[in-house]
Design a binder for this molecule. Structure first.
Ligand code: PMP
Ligand code: GLN
Length: 379
């Protein structure tokens, strides 16, 4: 019989990181920092482990962390949420996304996703019997065509998945996008799933367009984020979902049987750190913008062309002046000839358009970025 996910193989991130290691290339493919989170945060984990906080956390999350998340959402976006009924701590954003989709998507439901789309959405929709309706965003701007979205909506449309700042393109949604979205869903029962894991990595003074800012959207939304991105701790796999109480209740029915709960000492440590250093979120844009600008300044001497990323820690670059190879072959060529690993964009598209684009992760120390750029300037 056909397997449940016949089109799914090993993720591109695992593939490229393995190839990078095999070739001892500089790994700018899979997105993770090559530096640690704040020392005070790491010390709190150690503290709680030594204190014996090593047993199951409450199913919905450690109360102090849920409260710290609610305070953060209020501080950053002016939305008041009930920490006990509307916040759920999950094992990374990955689990929150899967649980949210599983909580509401039924067989035959349609879910609109925008390509290039982060790779975990489609399998979650498929496993729940849903049908992912892929709308291709057109390069180079990758802006959403809201008229096309309106045309794609049918009586079966259950959910729209948004991702801003956007992986892999580095683009961000604008206030005009949020206005168009608001008009589109008003009066319907379409739900929204907002993947905002890069919420604190937005550049050039722009404001992150969180669903949390828009009450009429928030009341129909699961808003997902991840501490991995904000605190340089992708290996901890702690994320969360904010949603109105009725949606949260459904999400928790899934969460309690997927994982039940997630790491206790890390949740306690994050709660302390969020409360002790609320400024961290505010300094993160400048921290990553300096890395983006350093990498891009070097890359200006290369044959790649690019527009600086508006958000995330990814920079997309066009290699059409260098090679005619399709992107999935170009990244292999690049590992061998430049010793740098990147991610091809076409793998995130159901029907890839004509484009010659790869994604570089700049969440790296300056020396890593300088060495990578130097190699990339030689090809
Ligand atoms: N969504 C997007 C857009 C991501 O880039 C990532 C992380 N790479 C995730 C979700 C998953 O986050 P986590 O590692 O917290 O599971
Ligand atoms: N989200 C990370 C990226 O975009 C990868 C996460 C993973 O490897 N699953 O690179």
């Amino acid at each position: 019989p056909e397997t449940k996910l016949p089109r799914v193989g090993t993720t591109i991130f695992t593939q490229m990181s393995a190839l990078a290691q095999a070739h001892q290339a500089i790994n700018l493919s899979q997105g993770f920092p090559d530096f640690d989170g704040p020392e005070a945060l790491l010390a709190r984990v150690d503290h709680y482990i030594r204190q014996g906080a090593n047993q199951y956390a409450p199913m919905s999350g450690v109360p102090s962390l849920c409260a710290a998340i609610a305070a953060k959402v209020e501080r950053c976006y002016g939305r008041t949420v009930d920490a006990a009924a509307e916040v759920t701590v999950t094992s990374g954003a990955t689990e929150a996304l899967f649980a949210a989709i599983s909580a509401v998507v039924r067989p035959g439901d349609e879910v609109i996703v925008f390509d290039p789309a982060y790779d975990s959405y489609d399998p979650a929709i498929t496993l729940n019997g849903g049908h992912a309706v892929h709308l291709q965003l057109a390069p180079p701007s990758f802006a959403i065509d809201w008229d096309a979205v309106a045309r794609a909506i049918t009586p079966q449309t259950r959910m729209i998945i948004l991702n801003t700042p956007h992986n892999p393109t580095g683009e961000t949604l604008t206030a005009a996008d949020m206005q168009a979205l608001s008009e589109l869903v008003a009066g319907s029962d379409i739900l929204l799933l907002a993947d905002e894991v890069y919420e604190h990595i937005v550049f050039d003074g722009a404001e992150h367009q969180s669903i949390n800012r828009y009450p009429a959207l928030a009341e129909r939304s699961f808003v997902v984020s991840s501490f991995g991105k904000t605190y340089h701790t992708t290996g901890w796999k702690i994320g969360y979902c904010v949603a109105p109480a009725p949606l949260t209740a459904e999400l928790r029915k899934i969460h309690q049987y997927l994982t039940f709960s997630t790491s206790t000492p890390m949740q306690l440590a994050l709660a302390d750190y969020l409360n002790a250093d609320p400024e961290h979120d505010q300094v993160l844009p400048a921290f990553y913008q300096a890395k983006r600008d350093r990498f891009n300044a070097h890359m200006a001497d290369s044959r790649f062309s690019f527009t600086p990323a508006a958000g995330t820690y990814f920079q997309v670059m066009d290699y059409s002046a260098i090679s005619d190879l399709p992107d999935t072959e170009f990244v292999l060529w690049l590992i061998e000839h430049a010793g740098v690993a990147a991610i091809p964009l076409s793998v995130f598209c159901q029907q890839p358009p004509e484009m010659k684009l790869v994604r570089f992760c700049f969440a790296k120390n300056e020396i890593t970025l300088d060495q990578a750029a130097e190699r990339l300037c030689k090809i």
